[in-house]
Design a protein around this ligand. Structure first.
Ligand SMILES: Cc1ncc(COP(=O)(O)O)c(C=O)c1O
Length: 431
């Protein structure tokens, strides 16, 4: 079978076995069979530079993580109703990266589960149910958490929508809000509305980098006034660090630290165990005690010894290879190079990024900043054809999403930028 025929056969099997509306990336989907470091190989042996995947945080198939999984899986794997040091050692090491008030944790299998628990913790702590989030976000897929994604079919969802309210996500390109004044005003309005309709305000849940919403440029300290409003209203601040955590900003282990706020609850997942399914909710002992008393929580797979060994190996590898420093150095270089491209290609309206999350917003014109969404699609597909994997995000789906494994190098940046330069030169802005 040719490579094209085998790709087509896989697409047809997926449609038959998974049902409709299951997305794949790219007009010509990629059939990946192997990974190593920042590289992926398809079934035909073609090599791709991975500029997209943040889950293989310390590199695809990292030997230290693979060995830790193998060693623990060959010794014991069971659940958390038996005593085991693995989970406790990991939670001690994880919470040592945060403010000392955040010293207890629940380990889960996904970021969605972690956010689901966080919302229930907020209800337990406040006795109220009103949740505020930003309006173009994604926080996961449980019945409760999926209410936060406004792309779902509005009439479905167990009638929970009364408990959720939305404020505009920051957009530093179109509506700069450097001191968070407009976000604070919107937050105060929605808190008042929740209190007035009897729901009451329980929590603000945000990704501190607003990563799915286009990672706006926001200054250090930006979250402080936001946290003050939440606390004054008796609510809980939940930071979803599923994407922004584990040193990705390059300057801080957690994005909320860069923004100078201490949340009541931090949730995480994706990069935590390099692809082994591990997530977590970290909170204060008081918040945890209220939750544990109010809800009997058990997670069959969450916190199992193999997951903890994988997660611990990620922290070891980050230290051994100094990956946070790498994110700072390589990320700064990437942003400068991307700004260089913006001088040459008028389709680039704005360059943004912190550490190893960076990208450019594509526009049809600089005056009105009209989103060039279809153009962005063509660029991403042309990059894929040239062996570079990236994607797009943001409210207008017109921002390049570049968020590679943390061992990404200067040479990788050069390869990415020179290919993007060619693609931008060859892709027509209007088809
Ligand atoms: C910010 C954020 N939170 C939560 C989630 C959900 O995590 P999971 O897919 O592990 O359930 C995602 C997934 O994309 C995410 O981007």
């Amino acid at each position: 079978m040719t490579a094209e025929a085998s790709t087509q056969a896989l697409i047809e099997r997926r449609a038959r076995l998974l049902g409709p509306n299951v997305s794949t990336f790219y007009d010509d989907p990629v059939h990946i069979v192997r990974g190593e470091g920042v590289w992926l190989w398809d079934a035909a042996g073609r090599k791709y530079l991975d500029c997209y995947n943040n889950v293989p945080h310390v590199g695809h198939c990292n030997p230290r993580v693979v060995e830790a999984i193998h060693a623990q899986a060959s010794t014991l794997n069971t659940h958390t109703r038996y005593l085991h040091e693995g989970m406790l050692d990991y939670i001690e090491r994880l919470t040592a990266t945060m403010d000392e008030s955040l010293s207890t944790a629940i380990l889960t299998c996904t970021g969605s589960e972690a956010n689901d628990i966080a919302l229930r913790m907020a209800e337990g702590a406040t006795g109220k149910r009103g949740i505020i989030a930003t309006d173009a976000t994604y926080h996961g897929n449980t019945a409760l958490v999926s209410q936060l994604s406004r792309s779902n079919v509005p009439e479905l969802g167990f009638g929970l929508e009364q408990f959720f309210r939305f404020i505009p996500a920051p957009d530093s390109y179109r509506n700069p809000d450097p001191d968070a004044a407009s976000l604070v005003a919107a937050l105060e309005r929605e808190i008042a509305a929740l209190e007035a309709d009897g729901t009451g305000f329980a929590a603000l849940l945000i990704c501190p980098m607003f990563l799915n919403e286009g990672f706006p440029d926001i200054p250090d300290g930006w979250l402080k006034p936001v946290a003050e409003v939440v606390r004054k209203a008796g609510g809980v601040l939940i930071c979803d660090e599923v994407q922004s955590g584990f040193g990705r900003t390059g300057t801080h282990f957690w994005a909320h630290q860069k923004l100078d706020a201490v949340p009541d609850i931090v949730t995480m997942g994706k990069p935590m165990a390099n692809g082994h399914p591990v997530g977590a909710v970290v909170t204060t002992p008081e918040m945890m005690a209220t939750f544990r008393t109010g809800f009997r929580y058990f997670n069959t797979f969450g916190g199992n010894p193999v997951s903890c060994a994988a997660a611990m190996a990620v922290l070891d590898e980050m230290d051994a290879a100094d990956l946070m420093t790498n994110a700072a150095t390589v990320g700064a270089y990437a942003r400068t190079q991307m700004e260089g491209l913006a001088q040459k290609h008028t389709a680039i309206g704005n360059v943004r990024g912190m550490g190893l999350v960076f990208g450019a917003e594509m526009v049809l014109d600089h005056a009105a900043k009209t989103p060039a969404t279809a153009f962005t699609d063509r660029v991403i597909n042309a990059m894929r054809e040239r062996g570079i994997l990236l994607s797009k995000l943001g409210r207008h789906r017109n921002t390049l999403k570049i968020r590679p494994p943390m061992p990404f190098s200067m040479a990788n940046v050069d390869h990415l930028i020179s290919t993007l330069d060619e693609v931008l030169a060859q892709t027509p802005l209007e088809p």
